[in-house]
Ligand binder design. Structure first.
Ligand SMILES: Cc1cc2nc3c(=O)[nH]c(=O)nc-3n(C[C@H](O)[C@H](O)[C@H](O)COP(=O)(O)O)c2cc1C
Length: 181
C-alpha cells in the first residue's frame, strides 16, 4: 500500500505524498525541507528527487549521506517515515534521463542564480515561457537525489486504535514488525 501511494504521488500533482519533508544532517544540526517526489522504484527501494548541486542540502549530503523523509496523507490518515542513504547523481544515466523527462518549467530554477545567496528583492517572474533552450544552462547544476531506503515506518491513525508497523530491509528482504503506536 505504501509503495502504491508513493507511486501514485509521482504522477498526481495533488497527491498528499507528492511533497514530503526530507531531512539531512548538517554541522549546525538537522535540516528539513519540502521536496517534490519525482519517481519511485520499489524493486530498488529507491526514492528520486531533483535538486541543485549548489544547494545547502547537496553540501550536507556530501558530508553525511543519511536522510529521513516524512510523508503524510491527511485524507487517508497515513504517515510514512523513511530512513535511508542519499546519493547525488550529476553526470550519469539516471541524471540524464531525469533531465530529459522533466518539463522545462520544472527545470527553470537550475539556470537561476546561486540558491540561498543574499540578493536584492527579486523581481517578479519574467513571464518568459521556459523551453528546452532557455533551461539548457541549468543542466550543469541539476542533480538527481536518490534515497536508498533502509527502513520504513507506517502509521495509520484511527479513532478505534492506531496501527504502527516497521519494515526493515535486512539480508535482502523486508522484515515487518508491528509496534505499539
Ligand atoms: C512545494 C515545494 C516543493 C519543492 N520542491 C523542491 C524540489 O523538488 N527540489 C528542491 O531542491 N527544492 C524544492 N523546494 C524548495 C526546498 O524546500 C528548499 O527550500 C530548497 O531546496 C533549499 O533547501 P536547502 O537550502 O536545504 O538545500 C520545494 C519547496 C516547496 C514548498
Amino acid at each position: 500500500m505504501a509503495w502504491r501511494m508513493l507511486g501514485r504521488a509521482t504522477k498526481d500533482r495533488k497527491a498528499a505524498f507528492r511533497t514530503p519533508v526530507l531531512a539531512s544532517v548538517s554541522d549546525a544540526g538537522p535540516q528539513a525541507r519540502v521536496l517534490v517526489l519525482r519517481a519511485v522504484d520499489a524493486d530498488r527501494r529507491q526514492l528520486i528527487f531533483h535538486t541543485d548541486t549548489r544547494s545547502g542540502k547537496a553540501g550536507q549530503l556530501g558530508a553525511d549521506d543519511r536522510v529521513a523523509a516524512t510523508f503524510y496523507d491527511a485524507h487517508r490518515k497515513i504517515q510514512l517515515r523513511i530512513n535511508g542513504v542519499a546519493q547525488l547523481h550529476t553526470d550519469d544515466a539516471l541524471a540524464d534521463q531525469q533531465w530529459r523527462d522533466a518539463s522545462p518549467n520544472a527545470l527553470r530554477c537550475f539556470s537561476g542564480p546561486v540558491p540561498a545567496a543574499p540578493c536584492a528583492l527579486p523581481s517578479d517572474h519574467d513571464g518568459i515561457e521556459a523551453t528546452r533552450t532557455t533551461v539548457a544552462a541549468g543542466r550543469e547544476f541539476f542533480a538527481v537525489l536518490s534515497v536508498d531506503i533502509g527502513q520504513l515506518e507506517w502509521l495509520y491513525l484511527h479513532t478505534h486504535g492506531q496501527r504502527r508497523a516497521l519494515f526493515c530491509w535486512h539480508e535482502e528482504q523486508w522484515k515487518m514488525q508491528w509496534l505499539n503506536p
